[in-house]
Ligand binder design. Sequence first.
Ligand code: ZN
Length: 251
Amino acid sequence: FSSPVGQNLTFMRFAIFGDIHANLHALQAVLADAQEQSCTHHACMGDIVGYNAYPKECLDIIRELDCPVVKGNHDELASLEGPIEGLNPLAELSLKWTRAQLPEEDREWLRNLRMQRQVRDFTIVHATLDTPQNWAYIMTQLDAAASFSYQHTNLCFVGHTHTPKAYVRDEGVRTEPLDVLSILKKNKYLINVGSVGQSRDGDSRSAYCIFDTDTNEVTLRRVPYDISAAQKGIIEAGLPSKLATRLVTGR
Ligand code: ZN
């Protein structure tokens, strides 16, 4: 007898997403797309809050998903007291506002997030694996090489730059197009999943990746969402209008 129940037990289709940045409309669009794409699991790369107008709503959704989550720099700063250092003025303003929106219980949850996690046979981290707590940006092959030297799994997902990108290490480190990428066991892969809530690669749509453990493929998804509703929230919250206009340009 064949066992229809047992056949697909190990099959998993992960929606891997991050840098939501309190953009509720973008998060809802991404989760709906992931469902349409038959994703069975989620993993969150952090920066749930900051910049946009719905930190509490986004946190509630992520906590409800009960999926692996790593800490982003905005999550950390929103969870702490005291001065906010090392961020641009827009980020600083929005973080001060964010702190006031979140109950202590949510801030404690953010504070307790781990910097990196292994999920099944891949790793997730917000910024880099070499010095996760420094929040450095992987912008070049050299930056990627430093992170690769601390990567003990075949595949690692990052966020933080808000720009989808794939680095591959075989003899050297190179970039590869990320539309649909086959993950080969002999290489290492470092994949930036882009941003749900504040794109910075000139495409205003949300970005996230699907990792299918059956086909061993990573697919980049771009999802349109209701930008004007997100902008309205920003203006009504009294946040800087620049945070609303940048959503349209994707910068
Ligand atoms: Zn971010």
